[in-house]
Design a protein around this ligand. Structure first.
Ligand code: SF4
Length: 437
């Protein structure tokens, strides 16, 4: 069969300035992975094309036997539009991704079948069932088995690919109440790929830098230490996600990460208020341990990129000022700030929906830059302006320069990453797109 797999769908560039859009459409800095995993596992007797609207318009003139579209909540309207176009031509359309998994009945109105969960196995069943003309409406994630089998995703991408991407593990057992990843079917199960397979894939990736798309590489420290031991000498540089509980206490894991080539730990701090962390179920984070985790990373000459969200029910209007003061004291190198977004499928979406506090179900606004629910302790406007203010005050030229200089002695990669992220954030519309339509 002739198969088209559409990678993330591109919503158009209204929020991007010309220069930023040109950079984003030219360089594939953090390539998406899920569509390429579907492509990699597709049996070789099929012909597969992977498209991404970011790099080229979707070609709806070519005849395909089946189209698979993988998308997230904010791109659902565009995914449905593309799906409807193909279905009108009689081409079977399969939808997958977090949003389709959370709202399969909604997705099914635009598709012949919906893959629920991270479900490569379901994709193989879809292909067999199409050939037998017995396509099912839904394909659920198969029961847990403890290892994750994925062929290497050596599918070429358009654009200048700057960073390779892979998964060593999948899933997260912590079940934070805002997190769409853990709250889809099978998302709280934790899978590990055999380490020799991961190492072989890393060796085959042509880029010098890699991004581990694992939800967290600190969930199973023993596995991760073995992985890092095996990565020594591969001469790669990489970014990965980790949680405070392990990064604060497991000095050996942090040291091994540096020896393996890690240059950036991405940490979901989410909040500097312990009662907020407790309310949202972020059990891996203890605010008192933030400083220790950051010290461990910095001591090993690596960079901390921290994520913070605002608008939880325990957040009052003074949360912005308190957070700014704390993260400056903590010496976080790069910070991303977003408006809490209750994604469908999560316990927090259900809670707000039950309380009739969801302001819109127009999914295009669910991109962490819009207020889509009624906050409890502040107005929507205060929440929006607070997040804009966080960007404005954290990324002043003076503060950014200070952070850049602090990274001078951490090596070339940490220096350039902190330099690039701080300067790009000052110059770009990242902080300005908040709530822009
Ligand atoms: S620790 Fe991270 S990946 Fe895991 S459930 Fe929480 S937010 Fe999601």
């Amino acid at each position: 069969m002739k198969i088209l797999i559409i990678e993330t769908v591109w919503m158009g560039g209204a929020r991007y300035k010309f220069l930023e859009k040109t950079l984003l459409t030219t360089f594939s800095i953090l390539p998406t992975l899920q569509a390429r995993e579907f492509a990699a596992i597709t049996p070789k007797h099929h012909t597969v094309s992977v498209m991404n609207e970011r790099y080229s318009p979707i070609d709806s003139d070519t005849a395909y036997d089946v189209v698979l579209i993988n998308f997230v909540t904010s791109t659902a309207p565009r995914a449905y539009e593309i799906a409807d176009t193909y279905r009108k031509k009689g081409v079977p359309v399969i939808l997958s991704g977090f949003h389709a998994s959370a709202l399969p009945d909604e997705a099914k109105r635009h598709a012949d079948s919906v893959l629920i969960g991270r479900n490569e196995q379901g994709w193989l069943s879809v292909l067999q069932d199409i050939e037998k003309k017995k396509l099912q409406p839904f394909y659920h994630t198969p029961p847990y088995n403890d290892s994750l089998i994925l062929p290497p995703t050596n599918i070429s991408l358009p654009g200048l690919v700057m960073t390779g991407a892979l998964e060593a593990t999948r899933g997260c057992p912590y079940r934070c109440e805002f997190c769409p990843e853990t709250n889809i079917q099978g998302g709280a199960s934790f899978y590990k790929r055999p380490i020799p397979e991961v190492i072989a894939e890393i060796k085959a990736i042509p880029q010098k830098t890699l991004m581990f798309y694992d939800t967290s590489l600190t969930i199973d420290p023993s596995y991760t230490k073995e992985l890092f031991e095996n990565m020594k000498g591969l001469h790669k540089k990489f970014f990965c996600n980790g949680n405070v509980d392990v990064l604060a206490h497991d000095g050996e894991l942090v040291r091994l990460s540096r020896e393996a080539g890690c240059v950036v730990w991405l940490v979901g701090f989410e909040s500097i208020c312990q009662n907020t962390l407790q309310a949202i179920g972020k059990t891996t984070n203890t605010v008192e341990e933030y400083a220790q985790a950051i010290r461990n990373i910095h001591r090993n000459h690596m960079v901390v990129i921290g994520d913070f969200m605002f608008g939880f029910d325990t957040d009052s209007a003074d949360v912005f000022e308190k957070t700014l003061k704390t993260i400056k004291e903590l010496q976080i190198d790069v910070a991303d700030f977003s408006i809490f977004t209750p994604f469908p499928g999560t316990p927090l979406f259900k809670k707000l929906d039950d309380e009739k506090r969801i302001l819109t179900k127009e999914w295009k606004y669910y991109n962490m830059g819009h207020v889509v629910f009624k906050p409890k302790q502040m107005t929507s406007e205060e929440l929006l302006q607070g997040v804009q203010q966080m960007y404005a005050e954290f990324y002043t030229p003076v503060s950014s320069m200070k952070r850049i200089l602090q990274n001078l002695n951490r090596g070339l990669y940490p220096f350039f990453i902190v330099f690039g992220r701080n300067i790009i954030t000052i110059m770009s519309s990242r902080r300005l797109y908040i709530n822009k339509k």
